[in-house]
Design a protein around this ligand. Structure first.
Ligand code: SF4
Length: 365
């Protein structure tokens, strides 16, 4: 069952979970796949032991501030965007079981600009000189995200269901709350490092699966609530382990895993001990080496550009100049349209085709 509420008192900074005046558990859509023990801590009014740092609050505020930028970029690209008034955002609520509601504020609805081939019916004009307006698809919920360059690339390559399943669950809940039915939704994401954006459409059947998964996840918390009522000592099992980012960034870390919170303050023991001074020397050596290759690299690039222009004018692919062979080499690059791939294949099939591996390197900037 879906209900819609407009409640100006509700703000974006409300807790991840609360128990309302009717004794119902109310969970934020953005936390629908969050740790259920953490949601219980929030709902039963535990005091956060590890509140967000100044840095993470700034990053969060920067992300929120960039949402209108993504909206304007979408509009310039021909999308029709219906974004809510930030002072009066529309709240949607989806009921998951008799005693649990999921609520949230969708970023808006969008309509995809259609090509002539995609437009189902020819447009009818009352007047001959009436300007042709582009056709658009049906309204879909849009979930706007901002990511750093690495997370942005990972999202584009793997698709949101694999890289950011919580965002897909959020879009699924908003879609049901907004339209009362499941339909495709759009995730639009800005790369905060490179100031570029992209979008992905999740088809309705896969969004339905994300909704079912979220409801199953939260259903267990709802059952816990039925069994125990708002008992702050009846803690659900931990959903994550100490080595995960969920625990490391959890506002209730110290109460849930006090040993880890203390261990986190200990200095890490490295396999090889390197002093601070050695690290400083390494950075200085790196900077010096960088500086020394900058000029030669620039000279090399200029020389190669000159030779490329000369070879093109000659019309030859190979020439001997000053005893050196100069070749104009042509290579073909192959690229994958990840947006189309992600939309065409379900996450399980994609996981067999697009694999990921992790490596470690040091960057000095
Ligand atoms: S520390 Fe980890 S297991 Fe404990 S509540 Fe937080 S996320 Fe859940």
């Amino acid at each position: 069952m879906t209900t819609t509420m407009d409640d100006r008192a509700e703000v974006f900074s409300r807790p991840a979970a609360q128990i309302n005046e009717d004794g119902e558990l109310v969970v934020r859509a953005s936390s629908a796949l969050g740790c259920r023990r953490a949601l219980w801590y929030a709902a039963t009014n535990y005091e956060p032991t590890n509140p967000p740092t100044e840095e993470s609050l700034t990053a969060m505020e920067a992300g929120n501030a960039l949402e209108p930028v993504v909206v304007r970029a979408m509009e310039r690209a021909g999308w029709q965007v219906d974004a809510p008034d930030p002072q009066d955002p529309k709240q949607v609520a989806v009921r998951v079981g008799p005693n649990l509601l999921v609520t949230g504020h969708p970023d808006g609805t969008v309509r995809l600009p259609l090509s002539e081939d995609e437009a189902a019916a020819p447009q009818v004009f009352l007047f001959e000189d009436e300007p042709e307006t582009p056709a658009h698809g049906d309204p879909m919920v849009v979930e706007i995200k901002t990511r750093g360059p690495d997370a942005f690339k990972r999202w584009q390559t793997l698709g949101a269901e694999r890289s950011h399943p919580a965002a897909v669950a959020q879009a699924a809940l908003y879609t049901l709350g907004e339209f009362g039915e499941m339909r495709a939704a759009v995730i639009a994401t800005m790369d905060t490092g490179n100031r570029t954006w992209d979008w992905e459409r999740i088809p309705a059947d896969r969004l339905e699966k994300a909704l079912q998964d979220a409801c199953t996840w939260l259903g267990e918390l709802a059952a816990h609530h039925v069994a125990h009522g708002p008992d702050l000592d009846a803690l659900p099992e931990r959903d994550f382990t100490a080595d995960t980012w969920q625990c490391r960034s959890c506002p209730f870390l110290a109460v849930c895993l006090p040993g880890l919170a203390e261990a986190g303050e200990e200095p890490a023991i490295e396999e090889q001990e390197v002093s601070d001074e050695q690290a400083r020397d390494a950075v200085a050596a790196y900077a010096e080496a960088q500086e020394s290759i900058r000029e030669p690299e620039k000279a090399k690039r200029t020389a190669l550009d000159t030779l490329k222009a000369w070879m093109r004018r000659q019309g030859d692919a190979k020439a001997t100049v000053g005893g050196k062979t100069v070749s104009l080499v042509q290579t073909t690059r192959y690229s994958v349209n990840h947006r189309k791939l992600n939309e065409a294949l379900d996450p399980e099939t994609r996981a067999e085709i697009v694999t990921e591996s992790e490596s470690e390197y040091v960057r000095v900037s």
